[in-house]
Design a protein around this ligand. Structure first.
Ligand SMILES: Cc1cc2nc3c(=O)[nH]c(=O)nc-3n(C[C@H](O)[C@H](O)[C@H](O)COP(=O)(O)OP(=O)(O)OC[C@H]3O[C@@H](n4cnc5c(N)ncnc54)[C@H](O)[C@@H]3O)c2cc1C
Ligand SMILES: Cc1cc2nc3c(=O)[nH]c(=O)nc-3n(C[C@H](O)[C@H](O)[C@H](O)COP(=O)(O)O)c2cc1C
Length: 759
C-alpha cells in the first residue's frame, strides 16, 4: 500500500511510525514544508491516561518521551494579589521541538520517507496513492480541497492569544490573572523542561483592540506582556518563536474521510489549548487509524470509516469540554470579582470535567477552603424573600397530562406528594394553565375554576404537612402551541379534527406547518388573558403555594411575545426587546401586585431560541434585568422549544452557562436546569456560583426521593425522612456490596463464646 501523509506534525509523524511498524510492506511518504527544527511553540502537556495509550502503541517513542518529561501536580491561581493552590492533579510536559525530534528520528529509522522543506502536492495530484492522510494542521489544504465532502465549520473565537516561552521554570500549572484598564488579561503557564516554561498570553479581542496591541509589532506585544506580568516572570524574560496574536479557531468537520482521503489531528478537529489536548488528540487519532488498518488490512474505506466511528465521540466530548473552557476565558470578566477561593474553584471546574467530588479526592483542603461549611453545597439553605428553602434542589415543572377538564386529581396528589416526601428544597407543579384554551393538551391541569383551586389546595396541604419541601405553582398559557395531543400520543401534534380549539398568539404565525394558525391578539385579548393570569395567581395564593412561577419559556404564549421568531407585531408589543417584553411584564406586574410581598415570584425563560436571528443570551440578560425591576426574585433558565427550526447543542448541564451569565451579568439569582443529573454536578454548580438553585426534571421521574438518596450517598444526615419512612432510610446493600455486607455481618455477629460457656 502506498501512503501519502501531508504534514509532519505530531499526528502525521506518529501515524507514519505506527504504519511502518505494523505494516512494514507499506510505502509511507511524509511531506513537511518546514525544516526538522522549525517547530512553532514551546511545550505540550499530556495526561497519564494518554501516556498509557502511547506506551502500548510504541514503547520506543514512549520511553524517550517519558524520559524527557517534566512532571508536576499543582495548579496555582494568581488572582488579585493572592495565590491559591490546588494539588493532586498530575501533569507531564515536554518541549514541542523535543517531541517532534523524537518522532522524526523514529519515523526515519523505521523507513518512512520524510521529506522536510517540501510542500505537499495538491490532493488532485496524489491519485497514485492508496491512502492520503491530511495531517496538515488547523489550516489544512487537504480539507479545503475537498471541503464539499468534509463540510468543515471554522469557528473563530473571541480571544486573541500569543504562545510564548519564558526561562522561569515554574513548579506548577500557573494561571496569572491581570486586570488592566481595558479588561482582563490572563496567562496560562507551565514548565516543560529544566530550563523553560510555556507562557500563553490571552485576552478578549475587545481588550486587545482597546490596548492597541493590533497596531504594534510582535516584539512590542512581547515587551508589553513582559511588563504586565513582570511579577510572574520574576525578573526573567519572555521569548517568541514564530509567535503572533491569533484567534483560536475551533475546527469541526461533518466527515473525516472521503474515498481514500482521511483527516487526522487539527485538520479534522481542534480543542482549545486551555484544556491542553491538541497534540494528544492528534496522536490518539494516529493510533486509532493505524490500528484500523491492522484490522482491515488494505480495505481503505473500511479502515477509515472504523477510525472515524471510534474517534468521533471521544473527540466531540473533548471539544465540548474545550468549548466550555474557552467560553469561560472569553467571559472571565464576569468572575474576577469572585472571592479568591470561589474564583479558583470556578476556574478549575470550567470545562465540567473537574468537579466538586474529584477536587475533594485530589485536594480536600482546597475544597474545604472553598466551602468551609460541613454541609455539601447543595444542602445549604437559600432564602427568597420570606421563604427559606432547606436546600438547593428543585423538582422541575413536569406536565403529567393527567388532568380531566383542567382538574388536578389523584395522580397529581400521588406524583407531587411523592416528590414532596423526597427531600428537594422546592417542588414545582407542572404548567398550570390559566384558561381552558390556554391548555397545551386536553390532559393539562388548570386553575380557572373554583374546584381547580380546591384540588390544588389538597396537594399543597399534603406537601406542607409531610416532608420539608416548599411547593411552587407554575402558571402559563399555551398560546400558539396549544390544542395538541398528550405527550405520548404525539408531542406538538394537533388534536384530531373536530376536537381542536382556536389559538391566540402575538402574531398569526403557526408554530409549524402542521399546527393551527393562531389569531393575532388584540388589546382586548390581552386584557382577557391578563385577567386569567390574575385569577390563577389568586387561586395559587388561596391554595397556599409558597412560590409563584410565570412560564415565559418554551414557545408558549408569553415566550412567543418575547421571541422575534414568533412576534412580528408592529405595534408597541413588538419590535425591540422592550416592546416584545411589554405584555409579559404587564402580566408579571399584575401577578406581583396580588402575590404577597413575603412570597417569591420566579419566571422561567428560554435563554436562547437556538435559532439564528432569534432570542439570544444577550436578550436573556437584558430581560432578566427587566424582570428583576418588576419584582421577579429568581430566573429559572431553560432554553429553546420556541421554533421547530432550533438547533440546540445538548450535553451535560448544557443550559447552566446561561444561568451563570444571567446571574453574574444581570445580578439576578438563577435556577439552572437541563441535563443536571448527579449530585456532584449540583454541588459543583452551586459551589462555583453558576446558579443558586438546580432544577432536575427527568431524574425525579426516575427517583422521586432523589435528594434523600443524594444525601445518603454523601453520608450527609439531611434529617428529611418522614417518620413513616425512617425504617428505610439506610439503603439496603445491593450486588457486590450485599455480599460484602453479608460477610462483614458474619464476622461482626459471631457471638463471643464466653469462657464460662467453654467450660
Ligand atoms: C498556543 C497553542 C498552545 C498549544 N498548547 C498545547 C498543549 O499544551 N498541549 C497540546 O497537546 N497541544 C497544544 N496545542 C495544540 C497543538 O499544537 C496541535 O493541536 C497539534 O500540534 C496538532 O498536531 P497536528 O499534527 O494535527 O498538526 P500540526 O502540529 O499543526 O502539524 C501540521 C504540520 O503540517 C505541515 N503542513 C501543513 N500544510 C502543509 C503542506 N501543504 N505541505 C507540507 N506540510 C504542510 C505544517 O508545517 C505542520 O508541521 C497548542 C496550540 C497552540 C496554538
Ligand atoms: C415529562 C416532562 C414534562 C415537562 N413539563 C414541563 C412543564 O410543564 N413546564 C416546564 O416549564 N417545563 C416542563 N418540562 C421541562 C423540564 O422542567 C426541564 O426543564 C427539562 O426536562 C430539562 O431538565 P432535565 O434534563 O433535568 O429533565 C417537562 C419535562 C418533562 C420530561
Amino acid at each position: 500500500m502506498r501512503i501519502v501523509v501531508v504534514g509532519g506534525g505530531p499526528g502525521g509523524l506518529y501515524f507514519s511510525i505506527l504504519m511502518r511498524k505494523i505494516r512494514p510492506d507499506c510505502e509511507v511518504t511524509v511531506y513537511e514544508r518546514g525544516a526538522p527544527t522549525d517547530a512553532f511553540g514551546f511545550g505540550v502537556v499530556f495526561s497519564d491516561e494518554t501516556l498509557t495509550v502511547f506506551e502500548h502503541a510504541d514503547p520506543e517513542t514512549y520511553s524517550q518521551i517519558a524520559e524527557r518529561f517534566t512532571r508536576w501536580t499543582d495548579i496555582d491561581i494568581h488572582h488579585r494579589g493572592s495565590m491559591t493552590k490546588s494539588g493532586g492533579h498530575g501533569f507531564s510536559a515536554l518541549g514541542r521541538r523535543e517531541l517532534l525530534r523524537i518522532l522524526q528520528e523514529r519515523a526515519l529509522s523505521l523507513g518512512a520517507d520524510v521529506r522536510f522543506g517540501c510542500e505537499a502536492p495538491a490532493v488532485s495530484e496524489l491519485g497514485w496513492a492508496d491512502l492520503v492522510v491530511g495531517a496538515d494542521g488547523a489550516s489544512s489544504a487537504v480539507r479545503t480541497a475537498l471541503s464539499r465532502d468534509f463540510v468543515p465549520t471554522l469557528d473563530r473565537r473571541q480571544c486573541r492569544y500569543m504562545w510564548l516561552g519564558t526561562d522561569v521554570v515554574y513548579d506548577a500549572f500557573k494561571f496569572f490573572i491581570a486586570e488592566t484598564e481595558h479588561g482582563v488579561v490572563q496567562a496560562h503557564a507551565y514548565p516543560y523542561d529544566e530550563r523553560m516554561s510555556t507562557f500563553i498570553v490571552e485576552m478578549h479581542e475587545r481588550t486587545w483592540k482597546r490596548l492597541g496591541l493590533g497596531d504594534r509589532s510582535v516584539q512590542d506585544g512581547v515587551a508589553w506582556s513582559s511588563e504586565l506580568f513582570a511579577d510572574a516572570l520574576e525578573g526573567r524574560q519572555l521569548f517568541a518563536n514564530k509567535s503572533r496574536w491569533i484567534n483560536f479557531v475551533t475546527v469541526r468537520n461533518r466527515r473525516w474521510c472521503v474515498d481514500n482521503v482521511v483527516l487526522v489531528g487539527d485538520a479534522a478537529h481542534t480543542a482549545h489549548f486551555s484544556i491542553g489536548s491538541g497534540t494528544k488528540l492528534a496522536m490518539e487519532d494516529a493510533v486509532s487509524l493505524a490500528w484500523a488498518f491492522r484490522s482491515f488490512s488494505d480495505d481503505v474505506g473500511a479502515a477509515t470509516a472504523a477510525y472515524e466511528a471510534e474517534r468521533r465521540p471521544i473527540v466531540e466530548s473533548t471539544q465540548r469540554a474545550a468549548q466550555a473552557s474557552l467560553e469561560w476565558f472569553e467571559g472571565i470578566t464576569r468572575y474576577v470579582d469572585q472571592e479568591r477561593f470561589q474564583f479558583a474553584f470556578n476556574l478549575l471546574t470550567r470545562s465540567r470535567r473537574v468537579t466538586y467530588e474529584n477536587l475533594q479526592l485530589r485536594d480536600a483542603s482546597f475544597v474545604s477552603a472553598v466551602h468551609p461549611d460541613p454541609r455539601p453545597p447543595m444542602f445549604t439553605p437559600f432564602r427568597l424573600r420570606g421563604l427559606e428553602l432547606s436546600n438547593r434542589v428543585v423538582v422541575s415543572p413536569m406536565d403529567m397530562y393527567s388532568a380531566v377538564d383542567g382538574l388536578a386529581g389523584d395522580f397529581h396528589l400521588v406524583h407531587l406528594g411523592a416528590r414532596a416526601l423526597g427531600g428537594a428544597g422546592l417542588v414545582m407543579t407542572e404548567m398550570i394553565c390559566v384558561s381552558d384554551v390556554g391548555r397545551i393538551t386536553p390532559g393539562c391541569a388548570g386553575m380557572y375554576r373554583e374546584d381547580h383551586v380546591a384540588a390544588w389546595k389538597r396537594i399543597v396541604d399534603f406537601a406542607h404537612s409531610h416532608g420539608g419541601s416548599a411547593i411552587g405553582a407554575q402558571i402559563g398559557h399555551s398560546g400558539r402551541k396549544g390544542s395538541t395531543r398528550l405527550m405520548w400520543e404525539g408531542m406538538d401534534e394537533p388534536l384530531p379534527d373536530g376536537q381542536n380549539w382556536s389559538l391566540l398568539a402575538p402574531s398569526a404565525l403557526a408554530y409549524s406547518a402542521r399546527n393551527q394558525v393562531p389569531r393575532a391578539m388584540t388589546r382586548d385579548d390581552m386584557d382577557a388573558v391578563l385577567d386569567q393570569f390574575v385569577w390563577s395567581a389568586r387561586g395559587a395564593l388561596e391554595a397556599g403555594f409558597d412560590l409563584l412561577e410565570l412560564h415565559m419559556a418554551h414557545g408558549y404564549l408569553l415566550s412567543s411575545f418575547l421571541s422575534p421568531v414568533s412576534n412580528l407585531r408592529d405595534d408597541e408589543y413588538g419590535g425591540s426587546l422592550a416592546g416584545r417584553a411589554k405584555f409579559p411584564l404587564e402580566v408579571l406586574d399584575a401577578c406581583r401586585a396580588l402575590w404577597p410581598a413575603d412570597k417569591p415570584v420566579s419566571v422561567r425563560i428560554s435563554a436562547t431560541d437556538w435559532v439564528a436571528g432569534g432570542f439570544g443570551v444577550d436578550d436573556a440578560v437584558a430581560l432578566a434585568r427587566m424582570l428583576a425591576d418588576h419584582g421577579c426574585d429568581i430566573v429559572d433558565v431553560s432554553s429553546g422549544q420556541v421554533s421547530p427550526l432550533e438547533k440546540p447543542v445538548f450535553g451535560r448541564s448544557y443550559q447552566t452557562p446561561f444561568a451563570d451569565r444571567i446571574r453574574s451579568e444581570a445580578g439576578s439569582p438563577t435556577i439552572a436546569v437541563g441535563a443536571i443529573s448527579s449530585y456532584d454536578d449540583v454541588n459543583t454548580i452551586i459551589c462555583a456560583g453558576r446558579a443558586d438553585l438546580c432544577a432536575l426534571a427527568r431524574p425525579h421521574l426516575y427517583d422521586p426521593a432523589w435528594t434523600l438518596h443524594a444525601a445518603a450517598e454523601q453520608g450527609f444526615d439531611l434529617n428529611a425522612w418522614v417518620p413513616q419512612y425512617q425504617a428505610g432510610s439506610r439503603k439496603p446493600p445491593a450486588g457486590r456490596d450485599r455480599v460484602r455486607a453479608e460477610l462483614e455481618r458474619t464476622f461482626d455477629e459471631i457471638p463471643l463464646i464466653s469462657s464460662d460457656a467453654r467450660a
